[in-house]
Structure formats: C-alpha cells, structure tokens
Design a protein around this ligand. Structure first.
Ligand SMILES: [Zn+2]
Length: 180
C-alpha cells in the first residue's frame, strides 16, 4: 500500500502531525483551507451553528461539558451521550454532525463504526469529527472514515468552523436538495 500523503489537498503544503485536518478521499486538508469559506465568515460568530444538531459523544463528563458549552455558544442544538448511549440515540434520531472524543478509549471509534453501518443501511450520512489528545491518531482516524481530526487542546472556534463547514457540505450534497 502506498504511504498516506501528508500534504494538504488544497494548497499542497505539508501539514505537521499535530495539526487538525479534514479528510477528503483519504487525503488531508489543513483546517485553514477547509474552513476558508465566504458563507461562513458572513454569519455572526455566535450564530455559525444555528440550526445545527450535534451529537456529542464523550465518556468523560467534564470534557463533555466543555465541548457542549463551546458548541452551544455558537448556537448549536447539542445532544450528549457516552459511547453506548450514542449508538442507541442514533437509532431514534439523526443529528447533522457527530463530534466524538476518542482519547479515552476505543468507544468513540465504536460509535463511529455504528454511524457508518447506519449510513449503509439508510443512506443517511452523518459527518464525524474526532477530537483526540494523540497526534498519532491521525492516520487511524483517516482509515476509520472520519471527516475531520481536531487535536487537544481544542480551540472552540476551530471546532465551530469545522462543524459548520461539514454541515454546509452535507446539505449541499444531500439528495433531497438541502435537507434542514
Ligand atoms: Zn492547505
């Protein structure tokens, strides 16, 4: 197998391991290139996630509260769950974006796998953002099908921009021509 490339798909610059990235067709896009959108900049900063439903999965209550607070500041509707709840919740509702902290255990990866199974069954695509304290996780997450990797310590503004961009792309690509 060819080694996975480390340069940004958009600008061609090498992206250091510790940086957050989005994944596109198994290539990486640095976050500056990924969120660099005019329509994002036009929204007031605390309304970037207005109307976006995020399922936040974390097995640590205090970090979950931190991430929840950040997402809600930007206007998102946030449902929280530990990994096991996450799977159950997905059977009852379809969030727009899933954000999962995978640092503590493999549970986050399990939930992510569940989301993809759901995708295969129903055709419902939910982009998944992984937050991880380990810079070595990047290739693993890329292989696992995540939409983006954000390193800790997390910048909440970066998180908001990434979630907003993923939601925007998902709507654009929706077969129903927009979705919610
Ligand atoms: Zn770039």
């Amino acid at each position: 197998m060819a080694p996975m490339r480390e340069d940004c798909l958009v600008c061609g610059k090498l992206v250091p391991r510790a940086h957050g990235v989005a994944f596109r067709d198994r290539r990486i896009v640095d976050l500056f290139c990924f969120v660099d959108r005019a329509d994002l900049a036009s929204a007031p900063i605390n309304q970037r996630l207005l109307g976006v439903h995020v399922l936040l999965v974390d097995d640590n209550e205090s970090t979950m509260e931190l991430f929840r607070e950040a997402l809600e500041y930007f206007g998102a509707l946030v449902t929280t769950a530990d990994a096991l709840d996450g799977e159950a919740i997905l059977r009852h509702m379809s969030p727009h974006v899933l954000v999962t902290d995978i640092a503590m255990s493999c549970d986050g990866l399990d939930t992510a796998r569940q989301v993809r199974l759901l995708h295969d069954e129903t055709g419902l695509a939910i982009p998944e953002v992984a937050i991880s304290g380990s810079r070595h996780d990047r290739d693993r997450l890329r292989g696992a099908g995540f939409a983006a990797f954000l390193p800790k310590p997390l910048d909440p503004f970066v998180l908001a921009d990434v979630v907003a961009t993923l939601h925007h792309e998902r709507r654009k690509n929706s077969p129903r021509g927009g979705g919610r």
